[in-house]
Design a protein around this ligand. Structure first.
Ligand code: SAH
Length: 293
C-alpha cells in the first residue's frame, strides 16, 4: 500500500517539482508514493473557467468559489476515500513533525492549495477540510506549502531513506534540536573536530551529542524545552493528566494503561519517557491553559 497524494491546484505544473528529484523523486518512481495534481479550473462551468469571485462584504482581492472547489474535491476524494482532506492555510494548525508522522502512517492526503485571499468558508466546513500552516508568514499560494508538507512526509515512508535510523535522530524527533555535525577534514581553517568525536567511545559520543542538543535547544528554542510539572492518573477512566512548565498547560491523554502510568512515575527522566511513550501515542486534549506568555 503506497501513500497517495492528490493535490488540487491552479498550477499543476508546480508538481512534482522539487519532489521529482532526489529521495522523493526516486521514491515516486519506485511507487512508494503517488502524486496526482488536479487542475481546479477543470471544475469551473462557465466559458471563462472562473474559479474565484469578489469577497462578500467587500474588500481587496478575490475568494475561491465553494461550488467549483467542492466539485474538484468530490472528484479527487469520492465517498469512501479514507485520506484526510487538508487545506494549506496560514490559519491552520502548525505543521509539526508529529503531524508529519501521523500523515506518513496513513493512506495519503488530499491537499487543497489556496490562491488569492483564500477559499470560501462554507467549503471548508462542508468538506471538513483540516487547515494546515507551514509557518507564521504568508505565501502567495498553497503550492509551496503542499510541497513542503509532502517532502516531510515522503522521507518518512518505509523504504525512502537509505538509513532508517537517521529519520529518527533528526531535530524534533526527540523534542530537541539536533547536535552539530562534523566530517573530514580533521582540521578546517584552524578549527579541529571536537576530540570526543574521534575518541571512538560511543557512549561518550552519545552523551556529548545529547548535551549539545540540549544546550542548543536551550539557546535557540527554549520553547521546546518544556518540562513535566505534575501527573495525575485516573484508572477508572484511563485518563492521564500532564501539567507542563513553564506554560502551566494541562493536557489529558486518553486510554493510557495503568502500566504505562506506573512506568511514567518511575522513570528517571519524565521528559524522555513522555517523548518516547506518551506523546503522539494517545489522543490528547488541552484542558487547562496555564499563564500565557
Ligand atoms: N488572506 C490570507 C492569505 C492568503 S495567501 C490570510 O491573510 O490569511 C494565499 C494562499 O496561500 C492561502 O489560501 C493558502 O493556501 C496559502 N498559504 C499562504 N501562507 C501559508 C502558510 N503559512 N501555510 C500554508 N499555506 C499558506
Amino acid at each position: 500500500m503506497s501513500f497517495a497524494a492528490s493535490v488540487l491546484t491552479l498550477y499543476p505544473e508546480m508538481f512534482p517539482g522539487a519532489l521529482g528529484l532526489s529521495l522523493a523523486g526516486r521514491a515516486l518512481e519506485a511507487g512508494i508514493w503517488s502524486l496526482e495534481a488536479i487542475q481546479i479550473r477543470d471544475f469551473a462551468t462557465d466559458k471563462h473557467r472562473t474559479v474565484d469571485d469578489t469577497p462578500a462584504g467587500g474588500g481587496a482581492g478575490m475568494v475561491m468559489r465553494a461550488d467549483v472547489l467542492a466539485r474538484a474535491i468530490d472528484h479527487a476524494s469520492p465517498p469512501g476515500d479514507e485520506r484526510p482532506r487538508l487545506l494549506m492555510s496560514p490559519r491552520g494548525k502548525p505543521l509539526t513533525q508529529a503531524v508529519v508522522r501521523e500523515l506518513a502512517a496513513g493512506p495519503g492526503a488530499v491537499i487543497l492549495c489556496g490562491r488569492f485571499e483564500g477559499v470560501d468558508q462554507r467549503l471548508i466546513e462542508a468538506r471538513e477540510l483540516e487547515e494546515v500552516s507551514i509557518g507564521d508568514f504568508i505565501l502567495s499560494g498553497g503550492e509551496p506549502a503542499a510541497l513542503v508538507l509532502l517532502d516531510a512526509v515522503v522521507r518518512l515512508l518505509p523504504g525512502v531513506m537509505g538509513n532508517a535510523v537517521s529519520g529518527e535522530e533528526e531535530s524534533f524527533e526527540n523534542g530537541l534540536l539536533e547536535h552539530p555535525h562534523y566530517t573530514r577534514p580533521q582540521e578546517f581553517e584552524g578549527r579541529p573536530i571536537p576530540d570526543v568525536l574521534i575518541s571512538g567511545n560511543h557512549k561518550k559520543i552519545a552523551e556529548w551529542r545529547h548535551a549539545e542538543a540540549e544546550k542548543l535547544t536551550g539557546e535557540r528554542r527554549p520553547d521546546l524545552l518544556t518540562a513535566i510539572r505534575n501527573l495525575r492518573y485516573d484508572p477508572s477512566t484511563k485518563l492521564l493528566s500532564v501539567w507542563f512548565t513553564p506554560s502551566g498547560d494541562r493536557y489529558d491523554y486518553e486510554g493510557v494503561e495503568p502500566e504505562v502510568y506506573a512506568a511514567f512515575t518511575a522513570a528517571a527522566s519524565k521528559g524522555r519517557f513522555f517523548n518516547d511513550f506518551v506523546r503522539d501515542r494517545y489522543s490528547v486534549r488541552l484542558v487547562e491553559y496555564g499563564r500565557r506568555r
